[in-house]
Design a protein around this ligand. Sequence first.
Ligand SMILES: O=C(O)C(=O)C[C@]1(C(=O)O)C=C[C@@H](O)C=C1
Length: 360
Amino acid sequence: MAKTLPELRTQIDALDLELLALLNQRASLAHEVGEIKRADGSAVFRPERETQVISSLQAANPGPLKNASLAVIWREIMSACRALEAAQRVAYLGPAGTFSEQAALQFFGASIERVLCASIDEVFRATAAGSAEFGVVPIENSSEGVISRSLDLLLNSPLHIIGETSFLVRHNLLRLKPTLADIEVVYAHPQALAQCQDWLSTHLPQAERRAAASNAEGARLAATNPAWAAIASERAASEFGLHVASHAIQDDAFNRTRFAVVCLPQTLAAPLATGNDCVSLIVSVPNRPGAVHDLLVPLKKHGVSMTRFESRPARSGQWEYYFYIDLQGHPSQPHVAAALKELQSLCAFCKVLGTYPVGE
Ligand SMILES: O=C(O)C(=O)C[C@]1(C(=O)O)C=C[C@@H](O)C=C1
């Protein structure tokens, strides 16, 4: 005979108590790991270990829990365990409710100390100065291209990339009223205004578009005037007490933004290989015919895939460029090491930005 609701809930309560005991046992072990790390001065956060923990559990998962749910649950379990070892301060573009915050929480879990910054420049500064151990910055958007400020700052920064994370970005029109009537101004970060320009032209052709330092800052402003609206996340709507007057207004339904996680090399050295890794580089080549083509030869020769190739002006006034390249693999693999060595010998400039596990 099928169990009754009270019977099922009694069983769930009993299992929750077992889970609680097990989670606390796990937390105690992590605490002991933390003591060892404190004694030998090594880093608390080990992204490759966390990736390995989640992949092993996913491989062993009999269901019905989905692998994606399992990843979310263990991200939070490890975040809480990590916080018992030592608080991890993470800097990102604030205020609360930004997509950068969503990225930081998706990557590190919620048990972090949040260091909210007023600009991407400040995220780099806070992380380089040690006010935060890690920084999270947007790198590229699938509909608008690269976030040039982040790429330019990576060029001269002492920080390196130790991880990445991405998600589908859904923009919403937020305001104090639930309708689209009588909107005079729409605030948003310039990237968000660009990602919603068709929708704005169709639905709010009269409204003035004003740039805000972040979407959440735009939402904060929209909460001060009923004739103002903002483009931001649903998180920002609840943060600032706004209605979602229109959902998912981005022009591209698959609008995805990718974020890099950066830190000083002394905070965390390059993560060890996980089997699904990436190397990010900035290179420039001598200004002569075929130089860019020559760059690709060592990659082809050693069978290394390039997953990204972007250019940024070198600002020398000479039509010279920096190329931002992502390679598949880890420098501990001989074919990747050989390709990197040959590539470096061809470049006028080469900076390895980081080696890290490929993110979500
Ligand atoms: O294995 C470790 O090094 C731990 O500190 C434990 C643990 C975990 O909770 O599993 C926590 C933090 C690290 O980032 C990796 C894993």
